[in-house]
Design a protein around this ligand. Sequence first.
Ligand code: NAD
Length: 317
Amino acid sequence: MANLELRSLGNTGLKLSSVGFGASPLGNVFGPVSEDDAFASVRDAFRLGINFFDTSPYYGGTVSEKVLGKALKAMGVPRNEYIVSTKCGRYVDGFDFSADRVTRSVDESLDRLQLDYVDILQCHDIEFGSLDQIVNETIPALQKLKEAGKIRFIGITGLPLGVFTYVLDRVPPGTVDVILSYCHYSINDSTLEDLLPYLKSKGVGVISASPLSMGLLTERGPPEWHPASPELKAACQAAAAYCKENGKNISKLAMQYSLSNKDISSVLVGMNSVKQVEENVAAAKDSPCLGKMRKLCQRLKRIKTGENQNGLPVQQN
Ligand code: NAD
């Protein structure tokens, strides 16, 4: 069978697997995950061609970083064969994007991950901080960490798409290497598409996370804390049932939808079992079922809620 596709990440020179391993579930964010399952998922992902692993000190209050670090170490493969991204500025006790905090944060993350460097360090959910502080203080601090060899590339993450242009329009070209957007390139919301030409023109790599809209596009449904409206949750469950009746799995269609745009370097999906890893890799390798996907998109896009399409809070900046 063909290998999992590798895609270039902006101007970084990195080649990321089209399916990336989102490690927030390893922090028990979507329910408890045993260390055995976590290790097996990471090992299986790497065996099947996934070379990109994303975490954050925020996920499970540092649990995700610790478990991912142990799992990667247990694989015993050379460090340059996998790409790790983690984040700074968001913690269980709140946000702090000051130069001092993010500088300490990187050392703490490296310690938990048992690594000498991370490939990508991202300012985590910048809409909750001051964007001017990100531009004038946080990113310059990360540049020093880059010079010190602790991180290779700098990224920013957030939900409202406007935060990316705000920052990228204000930093010197080449300073921010990567953006990570979530819940904006999935069957029920593909608004990231409009921003892709701009990002390409800046040479910024694009990672798109949450292709299953954080559990909405699964047969099991989203976790309790999911912020979508009851209408959207019900519509996604109806869509999942519709797919099942037609012999399809909504998560597979959702993965294939997100993977279909090659300007997105990696689709980061949260995984906590070998079964999910194998299903998501298979989704990337099988030919997409375009007709079904289009029908599903039309159905879900018809749903109007008072919020944005994921039911997540709309940006205030
Ligand atoms: P997701 O859309 O990837 O959904 C994850 C949920 O779907 C989990 O419950 C998982 O167990 C389940 N799942 C995965 N594969 C499945 C399959 N084949 N069938 C059925 N269920 C399946 O949402 P996510 O985990 O929030 O996002 C993916 C990753 O992206 C995160 O783990 C994180 O690394 C990253 N992320 C980053 C940010 C940010 O930086 N602000 C935000 C969101 C996500």
